[in-house]
Design a protein around this ligand. Sequence first.
Ligand SMILES: Cc1cc2nc3c(=O)[nH]c(=O)nc-3n(C[C@H](O)[C@H](O)[C@H](O)COP(=O)(O)O)c2cc1C
Length: 325
Amino acid sequence: MTREGLTACIDAGAGAVVAKSVNESAAARRQLDIADYAFVSGDRQVRPAGSARRDDGLLNRSGLAQVDLDDWLGVLAAAVEHGAARRCPVIGSITLGDATAAARIGHAMAGVVPAVELNIGAPHGREARAVRQLTEADAVHDAVRLVRATVDVPLFVKLPGQASDVVALAHAARSAGADAVGLVGRYPGFLPDLDGGAVLGSWGAWGSPACLPMSLYWVSKARLALGADVPLIGTNGARTATDVLRFLASGARAVEVVTALWVEGPAVLAELVAGAGAYLAARDGGVDGFVGSALAGAREYADIPPARSPAWLPYLACGPESSGR
Ligand SMILES: Cc1cc2nc3c(=O)[nH]c(=O)nc-3n(C[C@H](O)[C@H](O)[C@H](O)COP(=O)(O)O)c2cc1C
């Protein structure tokens, strides 16, 4: 959200940096004043401030960067220049409020950044009137088409995981002109504290390492449906280099990381890039051969032959060694 933050991520070795989202709404900027973050352990304990761990879930309210668009374009331009010297593209981001306004902001951003990401899946959509979450293919198509028309640099569209058919949303984004598709955004969440209240005192946005397979589900399904020529960006749930590789194996060509960066600081980016890079360098076929490789080993249920000894058989055991039920 700041020039220093963007620069730190570039210097840490990120492949690319997506800047904080903006939109036209003053309410979305004001919302930052009520931002709050709760890191939640695997057994659902809220960690004291400052002791978050990388594997924690994160429940939060957040707002958008509190700067005017002109000032923000200045921050982006400086970061783009810093990144260019280090071969690290800096990408502008818009979170959808009004689509016509997003088109106007996208046009202005395209004057300073090499690509724009449009987030149409913000999990705060139901709580915050300043941002919208689109979950219907027609609505995605209409919004992306408006923004596409004014943005003359590559346009990435980030989708929510909260739709019955996220692949249909990916098709809609592509048919409206998205160059790449991001899958998937975080989820709405709620966590009672059992003292008559709720953590954060409100609903919030939720993500955790346990969300990873849910993200990979839609990345892999989109890869199958859209084909290898459509660049996919995986996001939501990556904490380690192995998680990054799982996104690639599912079909993503890039992976976005926020929570691990928040907890560990920019050094985690170097760790993830080096870890994934070392694995890929030691393997035949390079990155291209690895992206989507897990799909070769994944079948529809109907194509799986019955096992001679069904895997569920042990669950029926009730001899003297069992629980006796
Ligand atoms: C604190 C926080 C702020 C975020 N702000 C934005 C944002 O401004 N725009 C956006 O498109 N996504 C935003 N995201 C979502 C991330 O870009 C990304 O989709 C997701 O959080 C990545 O999952 P991870 O946190 O498990 O790495 C935010 C996520 C977090 C945790």
